[in-house]
Design a protein around this ligand. Structure first.
Ligand code: IMP
Length: 441
């Protein structure tokens, strides 16, 4: 069976939660491979809305094996909170969940450190979710982190905690004028979670190798988006992990060739939360209107998202980095009331025209978007389930996008509900026999 990686093609919040939810029936195993509870994957099923932060969105489907890979950073308190919230809604989370023993633990001092670090940056702050994600990865790379498996041995945990608190209690006051708490205070918060987390801890590499041998179909769930990737995004205004498809192999502990296909998820426009360059920002009333219509507020933090026009150089870059086989185009219905839709095809940088997304963030900060104006359809399309039922201009919009990116668009979303979706045949997703009633060319 073919495995698929679902990746955000922009700055996150593209609608990966809905796509993963739609695809899950065709897979046996779902794996989160990077990030932490900074992610917010919203899934709307009928009148119920679920926001998942740390667990794979596939957990909403009974009987799926759900895995949190070594590349994820796990806050034990956030994990238990999410499990409890889901259970209260009648969703089973039990022996179907496996958390990698090699995933790093977000400790309470990570968010204290992050608050100080963000504050000290002033205008150049990253605008993080302040959930301790970045500092936890810093400790991982600094080889002083605490891993989920370390929680299982009280002596190992206490030794690592003591080493870390000794260090943090020097760093926090010196750099940020903040006092660290005591070892006992930190230990208490985390030790209260260990008994409940222990049954989920697993050697995920071995587990996934077995699943691969058995021919299980694996869905790798990316969080954030390609342009927030630590190596390839708009550094330093990025998250601290590899959100691109390449991260799936290292972050899940599978060979690269186990990731057979990649689906890129993009909105029909762009959004961004947090700081950092955003060349196609709409500004003014248009931005406010799209934000309201598209409910563009952070699923994790509630922050208003900046809204911009579709950015083709950025999308081409994401397609190149991830090797998309197909695209899921989200929120097409949000553009419905427009007569004209702007699409950025290149950037003006000083006296030159750039068609490639620049590698230097300072260069991107100076880029001005060069737009084409594509005809809008100005008719409601919310809930449409057949490509042929879309207005001509909407079909042309999709086709022009496919031509510009040299990519098929396999899924078009026309509303937040699971059913408000067009799945198209012959567009790179046929292998999985997606369980959709409405399929058209
Ligand atoms: P961090 O991941 O909390 O370190 O935040 C780094 C940057 O990534 C900030 O600009 C955040 O707003 C952004 N970010 C992190 N997670 C998400 C997400 O799930 N969607 C959109 N942006 C995110």
């Amino acid at each position: 069976m073919l495995n698929l990686c679902v990746v955000g093609a922009q700055w996150g919040d593209e609608g990966k939660g809905k796509i993963v939810d739609l695809l899950t029936p065709a897979f046996d195993v779902a794996v989160r491979y990077q990030g932490g509870h900074n992610a917010g994957h919203t899934v709307q099923i009928g009148s119920s809305k679920f926001v998942l932060h740390l667990l794979p969105s596939a957990v909403l489907h009974e009987g799926k094996t759900c895995v949190i890979g070594n590349g994820v950073v796990v806050d034990p308190r956030a994990l238990l909170r999410e499990i409890d919230e889901l259970r209260a809604l009648g969703i089973t989370v039990g022996s179907n969940l496996h958390v990698s023993a090699s995933a790093h633990v977000i400790m309470p001092y990570h968010s204290e450190w992050e608050a100080g670090s963000e504050e000290s940056r002033g205008d150049r702050r990253i605008g993080t979710t302040c959930r301790g994600i970045g500092p936890c990865y810093e400790d991982k790379i600094g080889r002083r982190g605490i891993r989920v498996g370390d929680l299982l041995d009280p002596d190992v945990f206490r030794r690592l905690l003591a080493e870390n608190v000794a260090e943090k209690s020097r760093i926090l006051p010196a750099l940020y004028g903040r006092e660290a708490r005591t070892i006992e205070q930190y230990a208490e918060e985390i030790e209260a979670c260990i008994e409940r987390i222990a049954p989920y801890v697993a050697n995920v590499t071995v587990l996934l190798a077995k699943k691969l041998r058995e021919g299980a179909a694996i869905l790798f769930e990316g969080a954030q988006g390609a342009l927030l990737d630590i190596d390839h995004g708009t550094y330093p205004f990025v998250t601290s992990s590899n959100s691109v498809a390449g991260g799936a192999a290292t972050g899940a502990g599978v060979p690269p060739h186990a990731v057979h296909r990649v689906l890129g998820v993009t909105k029909a426009y762009c959004t961004r939360v947090g700081q950092g360059p955003f060349p196609t920002a709409m500004g003014g009333e248009m931005e406010e209107a799209i934000r309201e219509r598209g409910c563009e507020y952070g699923a994790s933090t509630g922050r208003p998202r900046r809204c911009g026009w579709l950015d083709l150089p950025a999308l081409r870059y994401a397609a190149m980095l991830n090797g998309f086989h197909s695209l899921a185009l989200m929120k097409l219905d949000i553009l419905s009331s427009l007569d004209e839709i702007k699409v950025c095809t290149a950037y003006k940088y000083r006296d030159s025209v750039l068609t490639d997304f620049p590698a230097e963030t300072w260069k991107l900060e100076e880029c001005e978007p060069l737009y084409e104006t594509w005809k809008g359809w100005n008719k409601p399309i919310a809930g449409c389930t057949r490509f042929d039922d879309l207005p001509l201009e909407a079909r042309v919009f999709v086709t022009r996008l496919e031509d510009s990116l040299l990519l098929p668009c396999g899924i078009i979303s026309t509303g937040s509900d699971r059913d408000a979706t067009i799945v198209r045949k012959g567009k790179g997703l046929d292998e999985w026999h997606l369980p959709m009633a409405a399929i058209s060319r």
